[in-house]
Ligand binder design. Structure first.
Ligand SMILES: Cc1ncc(COP(=O)(O)O)c(C=O)c1O
Length: 476
């Protein structure tokens, strides 16, 4: 197959060149009705619909099928799909295709919320696996093989393992060991590889979960490849998960009017990565190394290195080395026109560009602007860290949806009815259906006293937590 081909994008370009008159949806009529908006014009020219020659995402047999085949060929998958609702929809579809009500499934505790939403939809019974914690970076990583083995001993009826690889910060772990272990017991491994769409065998970059033998892998092409927001890939290589079921759930969950600009950008992003050469990789490596070296001259930040050098070179985490928190530094960077991916109490995360040889990127300008901040190095303000240290835990199935607000100090022994995620490190302290322990209460109070930020738990500031007031009888 010729990875320089872009069947879908080319079909859209050719369609536009015919100067077509639109008597069909969408209502902007090839951009005619929004002529005044110069910003949008270019993109609206290819914002088409399922016209002759442009195929149909839900029953592909033309240019979309060709484009998806090129994608599967590039990643060595049996079948690959374009997704127009991000990795979110891929995670939902892969879990709905694999799990049935009551099935036991191992879930990495620090997973994305789409995995928890999929749990709700499938009604599978999760066994939560605690990730490893990196004390220098102060973030959670992947699940240890030992944790998986221990969980399997307790729950040999496990029907699937759902993992996140790499984490937000680009850290990887022994995924191959876990996949080999799981396959010995015919357990499929489903991987949320939202941050690894560029892991395609480039030297110096981690291997993709696809290459490591995972059964289903979902990647946000829009995060690290040049695809439009919401564009993702899903790859299948499995004897255990039905491809037809995945295709079915993608049809159920995705719009019947998928965006052609997003799909065309996926076609271009696939070409970009599939034709990436070793000299492109060498060039990117050199540019990133020199940027990192320049950042290291700024005393107010510390550039973090991956433990054992194992991680994604496109992610760069810097830690505050001054009196400002990560959030405050982020604000100062923004005043200089530099927008980072994320900030937290100690760190700021940058997502760097995957450059092709000789491509320009304003690294020098970033350094000049940051030097202009003139911040002095100083002792940093350490934040209280507390995270859920449970290695293996389960959730209650809660039949009654009746909820009540409880004072936090009285909540030990109750079953939590909301996700409480101190951020960072982003490991849920409590999830809906999780029994609250005295240790959880203590940890929560400690975090609140230290001014920690949370995702979820909107009543925590008033000292209240939402709990379920009725439980099903047959819980373990
Ligand atoms: C680990 C992880 N999984 C899934 C998602 C959702 O991806 P998308 O935005 O492509 O739907 C994200 C988004 O940030 C994520 O970080």
């Amino acid at each position: 197959m010729n990875q320089n081909d872009t069947p879908l994008f080319t079909a859209l370009e050719n369609h536009y060149k015919k100067r077509p008159i639109s008597l069909h949806v969408p209502g902007h009529k090839n951009g005619l009705l929004l002529k005044a908006d110069q910003f949008f014009q270019g993109i609206l020219h290819i914002d088409a619909t399922e016209l002759t020659g442009l195929d149909d995402l839900h029953a592909p047999e033309g240019v979309i099928e060709e484009a998806e085949s090129l994608l599967a060929n590039a990643f060595h998958a049996s079948k690959s799909f374009f997704l127009v609702n991000g990795t979110t929809v891929g995670n939902l579809a892969m879990m709905m295709a694999t799990l049935e009500e009551g099935d036991t499934v191992f879930i990495q505790r620090n997973c994305h919320k789409s995995i928890l939403n999929a749990l709700e939809l499938t009604k599978a019974r999760p066994v939560l696996l605690g990730p490893e914690y990196d004390p220098e970076w102060k973030v959670s990583g992947g699940v240890a093989l030992e944790t998986i083995k221990e969980a399997y001993e307790c729950y040999p009826e496990c029907r699937a393992i759902v993992l996140t690889y790499p984490n937000y910060y680009g850290m990887t772990y022994d995924l191959k060991g876990i996949i080999d272990f799981a396959h010995r017991y015919k357990i499929p491994v489903l991987v949320d590889e939202a941050h690894g769409a560029h892991f395609i065998g480039i030297e110096g970059f981690p291997s993709s979960a696809v290459a490591l033998g995972a059964d289903v892998v979902v990647q946000s092409a829009h995060k690290t490849l040049p695809a439009m927001t919401m564009g993702s890939f899903l790859h299948v290589n499995s004897q255990y998960v039905s491809m037809e079921k995945i295709a079915h759930y993608l049809r159920v969950l995705q719009s019947s009017s998928p965006s052609y600009p997003i799909m065309a950008s996926l076609d271009l992003a696939r070409k970009y990565i599939a034709t990436y050469t070793s000299s492109d990789a060498q060039y990117t490596k050199e540019r990133l190394a020199s940027f990192k070296k320049d950042l290291q001259t700024l005393e107010f930040i510390k550039v973090l290195e991956y433990p054992n050098q194992d991680g994604d070179p496109l992610k760069l985490t810097v830690q505050s080395n001054c009196s400002y928190t990560g959030y405050e530094l982020q604000q100062l960077f923004e005043e200089k026109g530099i927008y980072a991916e994320m900030a937290e109490p100690n760190n700021i995360l940058f997502v760097l560009p995957l450059l092709k040889k000789d491509a320009e990127f304003p690294f020098g300008d970033i350094i000049t602007r940051l030097k202009g901040l003139r911040i002095q190095a100083a002792k940093k303000r350490e934040r209280t860290r507390y995270f859920n240290k449970k290695r293996i835990s389960t959730l209650y199935r809660v039949q009654s949806h009746k909820k009540a607000l409880f004072p936090i100090e009285d909540s030990a022994g109750s079953v939590c009815a909301e996700a409480i995620i101190p951020y960072p490190p982003g490991i849920p302290l409590l999830l809906p259906g999780e029994k609250i322990t005295a240790e959880d209460v203590e940890g929560l109070q400690l975090l609140l006293e230290s001014g920690a930020r949370f995702q979820g738990g909107e009543n925590l500031v008033e000292g209240k937590i939402t709990v379920f007031d009725k439980l099903e009888d047959n819980n373990d």
